[in-house]
Design a protein around this ligand. Structure first.
Ligand code: NDP
Length: 287
């Protein structure tokens, strides 16, 4: 038998989650601040609750997918969570995850935080590679593992409720840098006679080829020797940076997305680490 689920929050992501659970046959109760968003789901078999309290009372498993942590606090404020298994799929910080976990436990519930590594179109499609980082109550995770695995794959990363957000935000941060680089690359070529879709293929191929060097950085951080196996060293790369900057100037493109990273590479070379790769930049970032 498929367990009952309550879902609070029917934005783009919440609606995708709702459809995945409905399609899998879970009895689903939904609530959204603006009631209009629940209507299409009612037609697909969801029960629509008039209040948060009514929605929470309907199921032991209560999933939230709201804008931010403040909205989670606002929505659950004053609601009885005794015996409830609260799963928070709202993106937040590690600190917010920990504080929210303690807040839910104080109100008598178990807590699991989640970081969704997918866009709504990927939810409910086992081929998409979508998954969710989970951290917090292992017992909750084990009790609802099957239901949690319906919209996306599951990766439990620890009892510390902050870890799901930590992993989630670390990956999103790396993605931010990647798209910064992609933006700069397109700015360089867009006013030239360059076919942009073909150029996109080249970018994807190059980024995919470079991405595995990430393993080298992890190895260096673990061993403490940042020169091990380095074939493209920082001294050479910082020389290359000058060419990147001159090209930006020729193409009338602002270098502002590149220069902060380049400045850290140069500091590391100036400190006598020209024979390393970029691993030392990680040290320079620590506050
Ligand atoms: P939307 O902006 O589409 O939806 C936001 C939801 O939060 C709506 O249901 C909105 O209600 C509700 N909400 C906002 N503020 C409040 C409040 N103060 N009280 C009650 N409800 C509130 O966002 P998404 O569905 O896209 O995202 C939801 C979460 O999922 C976010 O934390 C996001 O970071 C995360 N996520 C989203 C991804 C995506 O690609 N969309 C990818 C990965 C994670 P109302 O309808 O009344 O405005």
């Amino acid at each position: 038998d498929k367990g009952r689920i309550t879902l609070l929050g029917l934005g783009d992501m919440g609606t995708a989650l709702a459809r995945a659970w409905l399609a899998d046959g879970h009895p689903l109760t939904v609530w959204n601040r603006s009631p209009g968003k629940a209507e299409p789901l009612a037609a697909e078999g969801a029960r629509v609750a008039g209040t948060v309290a009514e929605a929470v009372a309907a199921s032991d498993l209560v999933v939230l997918c709201l804008l931010d942590d403040a909205s989670v606090g606002a929505v659950l404020d004053g609601v009885d969570l005794t015996g409830k298994d609260v799963v928070n799929l709202t993106t937040g910080t590690p600190g917010e995850g920990r504080t929210r976990g303690a807040w839910v436990e104080k109100r008598g519930g178990r807590f699991l935080d989640g970081g969704v590594m997918a866009v709504p179109e990927m939810i409910g499609d086992p081929e998409s590679g979508a998954y969710v980082f989970y951290s917090g109550s292992r017992d909750l995770f084990d009790a609802h593992r099957k239901a949690l695995a319906v919209p996306a794959g599951t990766r439990y990363v620890g009892a510390d409720a902050g870890y799901a957000a930590l992993y989630d935000v670390a990956l999103l941060s790396a993605m931010t840098g990647m798209f910064a680089g992609v933006s700069h690359a397109f700015a360089l070529v867009r006013n030239e006679d360059v076919p942009l879709s073909g150029f996109a293929d080249m970018l994807v191929g190059w980024l995919t080829a470079m991405a595995p060097y990430t393993h080298g950085i992890a190895g260096h951080l673990e061993s403490g020797d940042y020169t091990e196996g380095v074939t493209s060293n920082l001294a050479m790369m910082t020389e290359g940076n000058a060419t990147l900057l001159r090209t930006a100037e020729e193409q009338k493109v602002s270098p502002e997305l590149l220069t902060p990273f380049m400045a850290l590479m140069e500091r590391r070379v100036a400190d006598g680490h020209g024979d390393e790769d970029t691993t030392g930049v990680v040290d320079l970032l620590a506050r």
